[in-house]
Write a protein that binds this ligand. Structure first.
Ligand code: GAP
Length: 442
């Protein structure tokens, strides 16, 4: 299955649109339509709950996107957050050098390689380092002293606030701080739809531990993060861990693992789990001149905690969910998004069979009953079959049809998206019936 099928469904059904569509599209930036934002919110709420509600020692934070530029010097992003960039002098195509060859392990003669786009040999430049941060200016004057960067990761906002949070919440090690927010990277090559974009959202949790407890903690978080994906309904056979080799480790990491998903374009990272040691806190202590040490009352010791980070891309997680849910039902000639009802943008569609005979009134009454419990929509346009197929593509788990029998016995049919099976249910039993199906979905 090609990614194009998902791209086209996302546009057709209102999940995701290319940014600035009427101007021809702004590359590598996307807007989330009504169904996309609902799905994204449902996923991020599950993550937020899994972190800040199910762990008593993890608290939330929402730090600003714009920060003191010294933070990005301290974090190493000014100096080291680079990708190697190669240009074709002939056709002006641009590549990340590591896409064209194994630059970590081999000496590559760039003038002997053919440009993949125009086929010219000897037209590629030697790689040059390209910093991925977006620079911007704060205040009215565009001068270097007013320059800062849009954050390329949310993590630094947590590190620079960690003692304020710890004091305010009277936290003791080990504890975590979780944050969901936008991050920006001026990616050289952006492709595969929302997989690699210039503006995206991260869901990061930084777990502060006593040095020496870091290795075991990383192992525990690896296990816990993998089980999270089962809640999203993702097939576990399509998930795996991949460890970063010595040449692949980020400048801050002692050990790092990716959780990868088997996308239609190949196995690719959706989340990173990193042992960042005390690298970041040490650097902020050095650059700010402020002590970043934690005081352990039990031992009267002061030290810099180690940090285990779980860093997930919300957009990539959403793409994995879409990829996993996409199903072409050949037998019934329909496309179904088999989204887990827990995260489906719409729980049910209410459809009066015809627009007369009092059926719309019953449909409206059912809407009022269901609305406080679930996101439901009302649809009386077109044939019942077309209405259902539209909702199958949108991933709506249930269809409720009001027919002439409903007038006599106050019952409706409840249709199941995946099997198309229909049950006759009393209207006053609908909420319980849906809740029951929701809990027992597999
Ligand atoms: N704080 C650590 C950090 O940012 P990372 O591996 O660079 O680590 C973490 O990024 C996650 O952020 C990735 O696993 C991915 O899901 C997401 N991510 C990174 N760059 C992205 C991009 N250009 N577009 C979409 N998601 C991205």
């Amino acid at each position: 299955m090609s990614i194009d099928k998902i791209v086209s469904l996302c546009k057709r059904r209102g999940f995701i649109f290319q940014s600035s569509d009427i101007y021809g599209g702004f590359r590598a930036v996307y807007d989330y339509g009504p169904l996309g934002i609902a799905l994204k919110n449902n996923i991020s709420q599950l993550w937020w709950k899994s972190m800040t509600q199910l762990h008593e020692n993890i608290v939330g934070l929402d730090s600003a996107i714009l920060m003191d530029p010294k933070i990005w010097e301290a974090s190493g992003h000014v100096g080291a957050f680079n990708d190697p960039l190669v240009d074709c002098k002939q056709c002006k195509a641009r590549y990340r050098a590591d896409e064209l060859g194994d630059i970590e392990n081999e000496k590559i003669s760039w003038n002997e390689i053919q440009c993949p786009k125009c086929g010219t040999k000897g037209s590629l430049t030697e790689p040059r380092q390209f910093n991925l941060m977006f620079k911007t200016y704060v205040g009215a004057v565009e001068e270097d002293s007013s320059a800062t960067f849009l954050r390329p990761e949310t993590a630094q906002g947590i590190y620079v606030n960690y003692l304020l949070v710890q004091n305010a919440m009277r936290l003791k090690l080990p504890f975590g701080i979780a944050q969901i927010g936008k991050a920006f990277r001026n990616e050289i090559v952006a492709r595969n739809f929302i997989f690699r974009t210039r503006e995206f959202e991260q869901m990061e949790m930084q777990y502060f531990v006593k040095p020496g407890q870091d290795d075991e903690t990383l192992g525990n978080w690896k296990k816990e993060r993998m089980t999270f994906y089962a809640q999203l309904g993702i097939n576990k056979d399509k998930l795996r861990f991949k460890e970063h080799g010595p040449g692949e480790l980020a400048h801050y990491a002692k050990e790092a693992w990716d959780i990868e998903y088997d996308f239609s374009f190949g196995w690719s990272e959706i989340e990173g789990i990193h042992n960042r040691t005390d690298f970041d806190l040490k650097r902020h202590q050095e650059f700010s001149g402020k002590k970043m040490e934690y005081f352990e009352t039990e031992t009267n010791e002061r030290f810099l905690p180690y940090i285990i980070e779980t860093s997930a891309g919300l957009n990539r997680m959403l793409l994995a969910v879409l990829n996993d849910a996409y199903w072409e039902d050949e037998e019934n000639k329909r496309v179904v998004m088999r989204l887990d009802p827990k995260i489906a943008p719409v729980m049910a569609v209410v459809c009066p069979l015809v627009k007369k005979d009092g059926l719309p009134e019953i449909g409206r009454k059912i809407m009022e009953i269901l609305k406080p419990e679930f996101k439901v929509i009302y649809d009386q346009q077109g044939s019942i079959g077309k209405r259902y197929y539209r909702q199958d593509e949108a991933g709506t788990p249930f269809g409720i049809t009001v027919d002439h029998q409903s007038k006599d016995d106050q019952s409706v049919t409840l249709r199941h998206r995946d099997t198309q099976q229909q049950d006759r249910i009393a209207i006053d039993q609908l909420v319980d019936a849906i809740k029951n199906k929701l809990e027992n979905y597999s």
